[in-house]
Design a protein around this ligand. Structure first.
Ligand code: ADP
Length: 366
């Protein structure tokens, strides 16, 4: 039942979840969708190819070497961070560096205990089981994962009808790598069963430029330093988006008869894609504009905002909001989300009103 896969099959549920009203969302739509790696093998395979996240890499390299020296599996590891930042990639690198196989699944795909048992019993000694969106496991599946993680054992159903019972089954020692957008989404008992819990942060512009250069070369259309910088700067701190934009910029550059992506090609393509100089797309700008126009700048609760925008709350919280917060276009207050003066300026709506006591954060004075 369990398959060894090195691709993104299991991104499907994520893609589905947010594609109900896809519409015209530009390059960010499907930020969690697989597209990026389809043709060339763009996904890094080794720590050395994984750009950025230096502190995280350093720690994980130590944990992997130590596990290898002891001849034991790596401890169960939880990776958290917004979509597209490299959690799946890191899970694959961990397996590669440990010299073991990886079995890939996701919370929504493991519909019942039987599916989980199928994955677990197919594991060989030291293998990695990667569960993406692990916060979306059902409570009963989650519960059977506890004994697998803790005691290396699961209960398998045997017999039928009145003679049905369960039989304990010893699993091969394995590593569970779980990925989630926010640790707060995980139940405390599940979170506590991970020995390694690490976050992945947004990437710097320079790191993204490096990723763009790597991807562009692999795609056969190298990018100049300035071209890569321009794409990197406008990729929302997210490698998946940088790769996606690079593909689209390549299309524009190719059709314009170029053999290399220059800054002007990047700028032209980004403009066509509706991605502005701060890396915001149409939906980002719509979010800020709606808070400003319909909620007087905020604070507004996430549910009211999601309803007004006709966007799923999950998509707003996981895909859009983290970047808007990180770049200071939004702030979160106990009463909800509020736009900042930076957002006002960005939308060309700053009429020079002075901020209040919260001015240090650039919050809008209402
Ligand atoms: P997540 O699982 O966090 O949603 P992925 O691991 O699928 O994100 O990463 C999305 C894409 O971005 C990958 O296909 C990979 O090519 C690229 N990528 C992610 N992190 C890095 C990195 N640190 N260096 C280079 N490319 C990366």
């Amino acid at each position: 039942m369990s398959r060894v896969r090195h691709d993104d099959d299991d991104d499907e549920p994520r893609a589905k979840r947010r594609s109900a009203d896809a519409g015209d969302r530009g390059v960010l739509e499907g930020a969690a969708a697989p597209e990026d790696d389809s043709a060339a093998s763009i996904r890094p395979q080794r720590f050395s190819e994984y750009v950025g996240q230096t502190a995280l890499k350093r720690k994980l390299e130590v944990f992997v070497s130590a596990a290898r020296q002891r001849g034991e599996p790596l401890d169960h590891t939880l990776l958290h961070g917004p979509p597209g930042l490299g959690k799946t990639t890191m899970a694959q690198i961990l397996a590669h560096e440990l010299g073991v196989r990886i079995h890939i699944s996701s919370g929504p795909a493991i519909e019942h205990k039987g599916v989980l048992a199928g994955h677990l019993t197919a594991l060989e000694e030291g293998d990695v089981l990667f569960i993406d969106e692990i916060h979306r496991l059902s409570p009963t599946v989650e519960e059977s994962l506890y004994s697998a993680m803790e005691d290396g054992r699961i209960d398998l159903p045997v017999g039928e009808g009145s003679r049905a019972r369960t039989m304990p089954f010893d699993l091969a020692p394995f590593t569970l790598v779980g990925a989630t957008t926010r640790t707060a989404l995980l139940s405390a008992p599940l979170r506590e069963r991970f020995q390694i819990i690490e976050g992945i942060d947004f990437y710097s512009d320079a790191e993204l430029a490096k990723i763009v250069q790597r991807t562009a070369s692999l795609l056969g259309m190298p990018a100049s330093a300035d071209g890569a910088k321009e794409i990197g700067r406008r990729s929302r701190g997210t490698p998946r988006i940088a790769n996606r934009i690079t593909r689209r910029v390549r299309d524009f550059a190719q059709v314009r008869g170029r053999d290399r992506i220059e800054a002007a090609d990047a700028e032209y393509a980004l403009e066509q894609l509706g991605i502005d100089r701060a890396g915001l797309d149409g939906t980002d700008r719509r979010i800020l504009a709606v808070i400003l126009d319909q909620f007087e700048g905020g604070p507004v609760g996430i549910d009211a905002l999601a309803a007004t925008l006709s966007e799923p709350r999950d998509t707003l919280e996981d895909v859009y909001e983290p970047f808007l917060l990180q770049r200071g276009f939004l702030v979160r207050t106990p009463r909800g989300r509020q736009v900042t003066r930076k957002a006002l300026k960005h939308l060309g709506r700053d009429d020079g009103r002075k901020g209040s006591g919260s001015d240090s954060q650039g919050q809008l004075d209402l």
